[in-house]
Design a protein around this ligand. Structure first.
Ligand SMILES: *[C@@H]1O[C@H](CO)[C@@H](O)[C@H](O)[C@H]1NC(C)=O
Ligand SMILES: *[C@@H]1O[C@H](CO)[C@@H](O)[C@H](O)[C@H]1NC(C)=O
Ligand SMILES: *[C@@H]1O[C@H](CO)[C@@H](O)[C@H](O)[C@H]1NC(C)=O
Ligand SMILES: *[C@@H]1O[C@H](CO)[C@@H](O)[C@H](O)[C@H]1NC(C)=O
Length: 413
């Protein structure tokens, strides 16, 4: 019996049968809600500006949803992709206060209002996610190009958080790597070796794949493989009474922690949303542009194992533990890189809080953060959205005592 059934009760039955399902529950691990929103709103420069945006349809409150989330110092950064009209800001932040459980905190545009004005292709258009390296440089994926809300090519933009978010660099992806019409740069991990690399998932329905960007060469290339495609056998799961029938390709990506010896290889993990399977490939292969242009690189793809369910975001911490979302289970699973994958377990499920757990971030104090947003409602334009007081977006956190994969590997006891 496989643990891929969508019914919640069946899941618990299944989870109790550890032997059959390779699942163990750790009841002591619980994500606690830290922030929640019924709708997103911003720190408008003036009442006039707000009123005007509301009137013109530049701001349609119920159309704004957060996806990407990362933390640096005392700021929590969020991205709002433009799946719908009426999203005036695509990258923003809140100050992380010591008082917990704030509702409907206003978001401040990052780095400012001007850069969020999509009037020209230099400015930010539609951002799905970002990562912040250990030097405080934010790598922003401006690459949601699945509708006609922008006509600009996809790009990767670097901002310096230690210098008021000043623009450091912008790399426009050629159309052959990420489609100007149909591209969907989804998630990013950073590897600081050999002049820094980014590994990026392109969730495009037309041309899904894994994009490699070398900062030193200022070049990008892309690998494509059927392990990055959706698996029809994993289609049709249910989240919040909504049947998800779309076939969704590569999305979640994680990188093994920074090795103690700089010569050691790191491993990139990836999975499609419509899939039960986790795959891995060495960064040594991905970094080799010439090898990636042959038929030989595929020999290095490793099959890691079968997950408990379909997954959106993933993240590895500095102890080599991978956290991955479990969409139809309203939860999060974990697995340590040193153990066989059958030892993977469900960390926590919460039917009320983890409604489409989307992605992760880590702070410097040993906490793992999770954002849940029921994002499929926003991507599908036929679903009617309403401004109501119900909570729709939540950020919750779990103490792990570790840092993110960006920091050197250490073994937790
Ligand atoms: C948005 O925030 C402004 C203050 O910046 C406030 O005046 C306005 O009522 C808020 N609108 C919504 C829809 O929350
Ligand atoms: C784009 O717009 C910004 C203002 O938001 C301006 O500073 C910048 O010069 C413009 N860039 C181009 C290439 O027109
Ligand atoms: C950032 O901006 C603030 C206010 O504009 C200014 O006081 C500060 O010197 C700036 N910091 C840097 C590193 O430029
Ligand atoms: C790193 O990967 C390359 C290519 O796969 C391999 O030749 C090399 O031995 C690996 N190094 C280590 C330390 O595993």
């Amino acid at each position: 019996m496989k643990c891929i059934l969508i019914h919640y009760l069946v899941f618990f039955y299944c989870a109790a049968r550890i032997y059959d399902c390779h699942i163990t529950l750790s009841p002591n691990y619980r994500f606690d809600t830290e922030y929640e929103w019924s709708h997103l709103n911003y720190t408008w420069p003036s009442v006039e500006r707000y009123t005007e945006a509301l009137k013109s349809g530049d701001y349609i409150p119920e159309h704004n949803a957060p996806t990407g989330m990362k933390i640096y110092n005392e700021n929590l950064y969020l991205s709002m992709p433009k799946f719908r009209k009426g999203v005036p800001v695509t990258l923003a932040y809140i100050r992380m206060s010591t008082t917990s459980k704030t509702k409907n905190e206003l978001l401040s545009p990052f780095p400012n209002w001007e850069t969020n004005d999509a009037c020209n292709c230099t400015n930010l258009q539609s951002v799905q996610s970002m990562e912040i390296d250990t030097n405080g440089i934010m790598w922003v994926l401006d690459g949601v190009r699945i509708n006609d809300n922008t006509n600009c090519p996809t790009k990767l933009v670097l901002f310096d958080l230690n210098n008021n978010g000043s623009l450091l660099h912008s790399f426009v992806f050629p159309n052959e790597i990420s489609l100007q019409n149909g591209g969907f740069l989804n998630d990013i991990v950073i590897d600081d070796s050999d002049g820094s690399f980014a590994y990026i998932t392109d969730n495009s329905n037309i041309d899904p794949g894994l994009v490699v960007y070398s900062k030193k060469k200022n070049r990008a290339w892309k690998v494509r493989d059927r392990t990055m495609f959706p698996e029809p056998a994993a289609a049709n799961f249910v989240v919040n009474n909504k049947a998800i029938e779309n076939l969704i390709p590569i999305d979640g990506i994680a990188l093994s922690p920074k090795p103690l010896e700089s010569s050691e290889n790191r491993t990139v993990f990836y999975t499609s949303i419509t899939s039960f399977h986790l795959f891995a490939i060495s960064t040594t292969v991905l970094k080799d542009e010439q090898l990636c242009k042959t038929d030989r690189w595929r020999k290095n793809i490793q099959y890691v194992g079968e997950k408990q369910s379909q997954t959106d975001g993933m993240m590895m911490d500095s102890s080599g533990t991978l956290y991955y979302t479990l969409l139809p289970f309203y939860g999060v699973g974990s697995w340590n890189i040193r153990d066989p994958f059958v030892s993977s377990k469900i960390v926590n499920t919460d039917r009320d809080v983890m409604v489409w757990p989307d992605g992760f971030a880590m702070d410097q104090r040993g906490f793992l953060y999770l954002i849940s947003n029921m994002i499929v409602n926003y991507i599908n334009p036929t679903i009617a959205l309403k401004l109501t007081p119900d909570v729709k977006f939540r950020i919750s956190k779990l103490y792990t005592g570790t840092k993110s994969y960006l920091y050197p590997l250490f073994y937790k006891h």
